[in-house]
Design a protein around this ligand. Sequence first.
Ligand code: 5GP
Length: 215
Amino acid sequence: MSSQQGRGLAIVVSGPSGSGKTTLVKRLMMRSPGSHFSLSATSRQLRGDEVDGVDYRYLSRMEFTGLRDGQGMLEWALVHGEFYGTPRSEVLPYLQEGRLVFLDIDVQGGLQVKAALGAEAFLLYVLPPDWRTLEARLRSRKTDAEASIRKRLANARWELEQLPSYDAVVVNADLDRAVEEAWALIEARHRNLPEWLADGGRAYLRDHFELELPS
Ligand code: 5GP
């Protein structure tokens, strides 16, 4: 999908931990060169083999609230007792360049992005196939302590209840299929008339209808 000359679009991908949304975002980004991943800031500790500046910007609570109170965040939320937020600088300049921006954030954040960006935001919800799969995926990570897993499961139920406020949903039972479905949804949302015309539509009208539109 060519987005360079078109509008930018912020694609917010949310769903309970264990829905596979992070992998889904990576696969979608491989399909759209020129898209940007919005690097979130968080006050939580590094986990496993995570790297500062790659997975998150890891900030102290003081640093985080300083950035937030200076209006540096497009959205922020407390998730599992820690601060998470999207710096404005990770989204707005890229939208202005007409790029796709992917945000892997929770539902609280997604709704704030929608309120801030309106039609420039598309909220995609990723559902795991069922509750048991979600629980198994969470436990197989082995990077979290039991108490933290329980917190995530409780939070997942709340996240599920928020599904109707999103624009679209994909069920992630089979990753390849979920990627195809998500891509089709994004394309349908993103493709507007000026892009269609520029991307062969004008020629189609000329060839099939002998209709020459003024440029
Ligand atoms: P984790 O700690 O497992 O990396 O992420 C926990 C949750 O926080 C996930 O649902 C993730 O999508 C969400 N999250 C990550 N970054 C942000 C952010 O910038 N803002 C909000 N609101 N949630 C985020």
